[in-house]
Design a protein around this ligand. Structure first.
Ligand code: CA
Length: 228
């Protein structure tokens, strides 16, 4: 079964370049040049991943993203944008995007990220889908964390990080390795990406996120998970 990718992008050259390259990689590609068409295609074809441009002729990507999340909480959404301010990134992540790709981007990088997204699904389950970390119950399949009476949704990459750290419980895992295995990215100046996601994860997982007891920083290297 081919994985389905929906590209919502109004610039014909980018849309065409992306869909050619993704099709060449063996993905089934659907394209939409407006937010409205993108939303209706997403409902129809139920893609396995979505590439979403921030600036669309009829709507902005933030709104489209929010709407997508009302009927599909789990599909990985990569936002594509010429703007890359920190505020935009945070807003995108809050609206339910999983990550950002800044224009101009290399098609190779985007494909590497798509491969990393689907690698997870194809892996044999070497880890139970649910496990405890402190007083939190993690459910990787449902992409959720429950603590006491509250439950929080985990984004695609948050799940990837948690899975990797828990497979290597108690061992330090470098930022570079996290970038490679979770994002499919070569190590580089984007290292802050990992740190931003760790901050979000700690908010969901830790009793007091400023004094983490479970996701610990290994200074100058990366992170490790400590759990019973
Ligand atoms: Ca655009």
């Amino acid at each position: 079964m081919k994985k389905k990718i929906l590209v919502i992008e109004d610039e014909p050259q980018i849309a065409l370049g992306l869909s050619d390259a993704l099709a060449f990689e063996g993905f089934e590609v659907f394209t939409a040049d407006t937010g409205k068409l993108g939303l209706s295609l997403a409902k129809q074809v139920r893609p396995n991943a979505i590439v979403l441009d921030l600036m669309l002729p009829d709507d902005n990507g933030f709104r489209v993203c929010e709407e997508l999340r009302t009927f599909d909480r789990l599909v990985p959404i990569l936002m594509l944008t010429a703007r890359a301010s920190e505020a935009d990134k945070i807003r995108g992540l809050e609206m339910g995007a999983d990550d950002y790709v800044t224009k101009p981007f290399s098609v190779g990088e985007l494909i590497a990220r798509m491969r990393a997204i689907f690698r997870r699904a194809d892996r044999s389950p070497d880890l139970p889908d649910t496990f405890r970390v402190g007083d939190a119950q993690v459910n990787l399949a449902a992409q959720s964390i429950a603590r006491g009476s509250s439950s929080e949704q985990l984004s695609f990459y948050e799940v990837g990080i948690l899975r990797l750290l828990s497979e290597r419980k108690g061992e330090p895992v470098s930022r570079d390795e996290i970038l490679q295995k979770v994002w499919g990215l070569e190590a580089g100046p984007t290292n802050r990406t990992v740190d931003n996601f760790i901050v979000k994860l700690r908010r969901k997982l830790e009793r007091s996120p400023e004094k983490p007891e479970h996701i610990l920083t290994v200074y100058g290297f990366g992170y490790k998970l400590v759990a019973d």
